[in-house]
Design a protein around this ligand. Structure first.
Ligand code: URA
Length: 184
């Protein structure tokens, strides 16, 4: 199956009533729609993503781009999506029923992409993919294998916005992205 065939199925998804009424559009994933060796899973689209129809195009996205660049990757080398495809009201966390509703879509996306490495950004995506209760600080930067797929959890790039680009945070991200680079 092709990614754009899958995308079409979800463009008019109406599983989550609150999100359907709030979103401007479904943000399926990177607009290039290419199969890439790296899949990045974030939490949920924010305002800018909801307007543009592409994940991580706001301020967190700029930070993500920078770290990708440092390991020699561009946005064209990765496919980006989120745990839920629609922007939650006021950027609240996705609710558990919304995560469940969007799960088969993510599983199917992974199957179609067949990525070499999956990066989960932040607690939501990480707990969702690893099924762990451990917080991101415990699991980040390690390689996990789930259903034969390699998963590398990392902090969400928004922490750089909230906590400032302290040397410690930047070093942590660089070391986690290096783990991904070594797997490619
Ligand atoms: N944060 C996310 O988790 N996903 C986005 O698409 C944008 C910001």
């Amino acid at each position: 199956m092709k990614l754009n065939v899958l995308k079409k199925e979800y463009d008019s998804c109406k599983k989550c009533e609150e999100l359907v009424n709030y979103r401007s559009q479904v943000v399926f994933g990177s607009q290039h729609m290419k199969k890439c060796p790296v899949l990045i899973i974030g939490e949920a689209p924010g305002k800018v993503e909801d307007e543009n129809g592409e994940p991580f195009v706001g301020r967190s996205g700029q930070i993500l781009n920078k770290f990708l660049e440092e390991i020699g990757l561009t946005r064209d080398d990765v496919f980006i999506t989120n745990t839920v495809l629609c922007r939650p009201p006021e950027n609240r966390n996705p609710k558990s029923d919304e995560l469940v509703n969007c799960r088969s879509r993510l599983d199917r996306t992974i199957e179609v992409l067949n990525p070499k490495v999956i990066i989960t950004l932040g607690n939501f995506a990480t707990k969702y993919m690893l099924g762990t209760k451990e917080g991101i600080t415990k699991v980040r930067g390690k390689v996990y294998e789930v259903d034969g797929r390699k998963i590398v959890p990392m902090a969400h790039p928004a922490v750089v916005l909230y906590n400032g680009s302290s040397e410690a945070i930047m070093t942590q991200f660089r070391s986690d992205f290096k783990v991904v680079k070594d797997l490619l």
